[in-house]
Design a protein around this ligand. Structure first.
Ligand code: GLP
Length: 248
């Protein structure tokens, strides 16, 4: 069976704009119909299809443009470095802060340490191919990771340092995802408009029975989508571990 005409046209457009910069304008229905000899309806269907697939965006009164691809972040215990490399991007970071601070009540409760005990706060702007992708603020137990400030987190992967230099073996984790509005200072760092929506991923990860990391990652909502593997519940009566919770 051959593909319908509009699909052939859509595929032709995909090939033609595969390497075009984000935001390049694409032909209108009328231009496309004239250029290829198809009807305007077929041209419209091809464009509609690509807008639905997220490859093009349509702006009322302005035209159709090559869309910025949404980056998919898996819900697994992988690092930013691994996630971005797997998607063909070169990861990098800009160090915003690295230093010891006393644990607040909240930090102490999450990391299961006494209030006031020293924790390391590592804040980074994470980039992919030089484009700002997320701000990550990690709280780490200073007693388990002495000397973390020796590492250059402008280029290092935190998970590489923890596993290879400190013997961490990630065995479990929990990730809470919530929607929010970007803080003004973060908007400037991420180069997004003030008031834009963000996705916050809050992760705790466990190694050898201890919570070793509490990280909040703030992603511009316009650039990300989250994907999770889902599987049938196999054990009868068991309740899935993930849940939609009501925020306080
Ligand atoms: C992901 C996780 C964070 C983790 C980070 C480590 O983004 N959500 O919780 O701290 O990866 O990334 P890397 O090893 O690249 O520094």
């Amino acid at each position: 069976m051959t593909a319908p005409k509009y699909r052939e046209l859509a595929d032709m457009l995909v090939a033609r704009f595969a390497h075009a910069p984000v935001g390049s304008s694409t032909p209108s229905e009328r231009q496309l119909a004239e250029e290829t000899g198809v009807s305007r309806m077929t041209a419209r269907r091809a464009i509609d299809e690509l807008v639905r697939e997220g490859l093009l965006t349509r702006e009322v009164g302005r035209g159709t443009f090559v869309a910025r691809p949404a980056v998919s972040v898996p819900l697994q215990l992988t690092s930013f470095t691994e996630d971005m490399r797997a998607r063909g991007y070169a990861p990098s970071s800009r160090l915003l802060h690295l230093g010891g601070i006393p644990a607040t009540e909240q930090v102490a409760a999450v990391l299961r340490i006494p209030v006031g005990a020293e924790v390391v706060l590592l804040s980074r702007l994470r980039l992919a191919d030089g484009m700002p992708m997320a701000i990550e603020r990690s709280h780490l137990r200073a007693d388990l990771f002495p000397g973390l400030d020796r590492y250059d987190f402008g280029s290092e992967s935190l998970y590489r340092v923890l596993t290879e230099e400190y013997g961490v073996r990630f065995e479990a984790g929990e990730q809470v995802i919530r929607a929010g509005i970007v803080r003004d200072a973060d908007a400037d760092t991420l180069s997004i408009p003030h008031g834009d929506p963000v996705l916050e991923l809050v992760r705790t990860s466990v190694s050898r029975g201890s919570v070793v990391e509490w990280t909040t990652s703030t992603y511009p909502a316009s650039r990300f989508e989250l994907s999770a593997r889902i599987a049938p519940v196999t054990v009868q009566g068991s309740v899935p571990r993930s849940a939609l919770r009501v925020r306080d």
